[in-house]
Design a protein around this ligand. Structure first.
Ligand code: PHE
Length: 437
């Protein structure tokens, strides 16, 4: 044991020496905060595990922002370089790669993770080292509570879970809900925790609770129990890999109650797995590619051109996270960790493609959510729900930006700074999430 520790210690020393050498050879990095040299940003995510599309989309969204920033001359004249690490979707590995990004690569800030459990495992490493971390898309409230160096540019699950419950009650007119979640996942647990009280407070009843784990492939036992409880809606706060299969098996068992979920469903792979068995399901998400705002349309077109795919919400949030970071470095006048932290915390009205980004006192963004119906392997826009709770979305192809510019102007997180959308423009509200080019 002792010998292993010594060997490990030696290896760390050697790695550290190697990193220094590389740094010296490559000129000053941004980690000194001296305002010169390349700015190194760490990105971590799942590139090879159960949720690999999460990491891929994040990486591509960040990459697109970086390429644009560098093409425009960099940040205060300094070029940005990203170091991407694969954590295989494992919390322990997330913590390990973030330690590596900090100690070896000397990144000045970190973008990631997507899955809340992975962000929760890695955030303490960033906090201890005082390296600002921005999660683009982890929604569990606990993530930013890790400390004052941890931020997010997305909404949180207390809001998202309540949005799903309100939609079930008000739009689906559901009175009886079943829940099928992965109760090892902080995301699934959090969503359930916030869905339930909202649903029951509106007169609804939870008639079944069933759980699975991320490696399960057969959900028929749980679904059979759920069918026996005769729910009006089945809340599935999971990730796409299981949701697609659950939808198929639910159909096979003759279940007709709609499935309802959150952002965890979002992936180009969802329809590959679930196909039209997902028809009639509903999901809450961060943005719509049908948003007619010029900023969104420009982003979607540029992303398609570059990567040959429609950007999912994770890609859009990765893009926004990198741009928020760049804006903060610009305002901080460098990469000094304390100054950069303060600059990120002071982000107000930043025009992201996922809406206007205002970082609040809890280091979270307060933004509207979008609800989609799944139909024919597409996401069909249904409505936008503002943080104030107001639902908007009567207009065709309305969107976070469109809704924000016309309604709920006094609520936080509306898109006062986003380019104004033309009211009701664009007839089609189909969102071709699976299309390649
Ligand atoms: N919000 C999810 C979580 O916290 C991650 C996620 C975000 C998944 C966006 C898909 C799209 O775990």
């Amino acid at each position: 044991m002792k010998r292993t520790l010594i060997t490990l210690g030696l290896a760390t020393l050697l790695l550290g020496a190697f990193a220094c050498e590389r740094r010296d050879g490559g000129g000053p990095t941004g980690s000194t905060g001296d305002g010169s040299g390349i700015i190194k940003v760490g990105v971590y995510g799942d590139l090879s595990g159960q949720t690999s599309s999460f990491g891929e989309s994040t990486r591509d969204g960040v990459r697109m922002a970086v390429d644009e920033i560098n093409a425009a001359g960099g940040i205060n004249g300094r070029k940005v370089e990203i170091v991407v690490e694969d954590d295989q979707g494992q919390p322990q590995q997330a913590s390990t790669v973030v330690t590596k990004l900090i100690n070896q690569d000397k990144v000045v800030a970190i973008i990631g993770e997507v899955a809340s459990s992975n962000s929760l495992a890695a955030a303490p490493r960033a906090q201890e080292a005082k390296v600002p971390m921005i999660t683009p898309s982890s929604t569990n409230p606990k993530v930013t509570q890790v400390g004052d160096y941890i931020f997010r540019v997305c909404f949180t699950d207390d809001f998202q879970g309540a949005v799903a419950a309100k939609f079930a009650v008000n739009t689906l007119k559901a009175k009886r809900a079943a829940i099928l979640g992965d109760f090892n996942s902080d995301y699934s647990k959090g969503m359930t925790q916030y869905f339930e009280p909202e649903f029951t407070a509106s007169g609804g009843q939870i008639v079944a609770r069933q759980s699975y784990t991320q490696t399960d492939a057969d959900f028929k036992g749980q679904l059979t129990n759920i069918r026996a409880a005769n729910p009006d809606v089945i809340f599935v706060p999971g990730y796409y890999g299981q949701v697609g299969v659950i939808a198929k098996q639910a159909k096979e068992l003759g279940i007709t109650a709609p499935l309802l979920g959150g952002d965890g469903w979002d992936s180009p792979k969802l329809f590959e797995l679930g196909g039209t068995a997902l028809d009639g399901s509903y999901m809450v998400n961060h943005y719509s590619t049908d948003d007619p705002s010029p900023a969104v349309q420009k982003f979607v077109a540029a992303y398609k051109q570059k990567f040959g795919a429609v950007p999912d919400a994770i890609a859009a949030l990765g893009y926004d996270a990198m741009n928020v970071l760049a804006d903060a470095i610009r305002r901080a006048g460098g990469t000094d960790s304390a100054k950069l932290r303060d600059a990120i915390a002071a982000t107000k009205g930043f025009p992201g493609v996922t809406g206007s980004i205002n970082i609040n006192a809890s280091r979270d963004a307060v933004k509207p959510a979008v609800v989609f119906e799944l139909k024919d392997r597409k996401l069909v826009y249904k409505e936008t729900i503002q943080p104030s709770g107001a639902a908007t979305g009567a207009a065709p192809a309305a969107s976070p930006a469109a809704a924000g510019s016309t309604a709920g102007a006094s609520s936080p997180g509306t898109n006062a700074n986003a380019p104004a959308a033309e009211g009701g423009a664009g007839g089609s509200s189909a969102n071709t999430n699976t299309n390649a080019k």
